[in-house]
Design a binder for this molecule. Structure first.
Ligand code: OGA
Ligand code: MN
Length: 221
């Protein structure tokens, strides 16, 4: 009898597998066209509507309750995804598939996702930083999705990736083109957003480990 052979593809086949492969080999992956043009359009429309209603707030930097606004470090405004629109739910579903695939292949124990829309006006930037410092932050894997159709080189706003925090030569620049998804290890990859010269819209998210005390913690007597 003919044997049924699974044809799910080998390692490195398909966008999610390529991202896993990138995380595994260099802690970083960029995947153009990950999000469909229709979903990009819907998300972008939502950003425009919310921003017109004044729902975005100036982004803060800092850890825990030391959060502060610092216009020397970053200049953008954000709105946290709350799952209240179909467009958000579609994207969150895509990212959930990615979370499952990363966990399945890399055993990172990613537990959930927090994400915000970010709007960098002309002149907006975010200086070189890490998204998490070893041990003190539940963020394990960062993910960024870009929502800018017709992005030109003259618009600036690339994501610049550095090999380490005080390196002088960058590793690479990623243009924030509509549909591109970038994924990297939050504690390992220093990065920055170069000054944008046109409105630059993205979604930045973080897959987190479970921080809760969990069932293994000693009961308090
Ligand atoms: C961030 C960030 C990168 C980008 O929000 O922490 O680094 O390209 N964003 O928008
Ligand atoms: Mn970042």
């Amino acid at each position: 009898m003919a044997q049924l052979i699974e044809t799910t593809g080998g390692v490195g086949d398909g966008p999610r597998q390529r991202i896993v492969e990138g995380l595994l080999t260099c802690g970083f992956a960029a995947e153009p066209g990950y999000v469909s043009p229709a979903l990009v359009r819907a998300l972008r429309r939502e950003v425009r509507q919310r921003d017109a209603r004044g729902q975005f707030s100036e982004a803060a930097v800092g850890r825990h309750n030391l959060q502060q606004q610092n216009e020397f470090i970053r200049r953008d405004r954000t709105f946290w995804l709350d799952g209240s629109t179909l467009a958000q739910l579609r994207l969150l579903d895509e990212l959930e598939q990615l979370r499952i695939e990363i966990n399945r292949s890399l055993f990172l124990g990613l537990f959930d996702l927090e994400a915000h829309f970010a709007l960098y006006p002309p002149g907006g930037f975010y200086r070189r930083h890490l998204d998490a410092f070893r041990g003190d932050n539940p963020r394990v894997v960062s993910v960024v999705v870009y929502l800018n159709p017709r992005w030109q080189q003259s618009h600036g706003g690339c994501l610049r990736v550095w090999p380490d925090v005080d390196a002088v030569t960058p590793l690479l620049d990623v243009a924030p083109r509509a549909g591109t998804l970038v994924c990297f290890l939050s504690e390992r990859i220093p990065h920055e957003v170069l000054a944008a010269h046109a409105d630059r819209i993205s979604i930045a998210g973080w897959f987190r480990r479970n921080e809760g005390p969990g069932p293994w913690s000693a009961p308090s007597l």
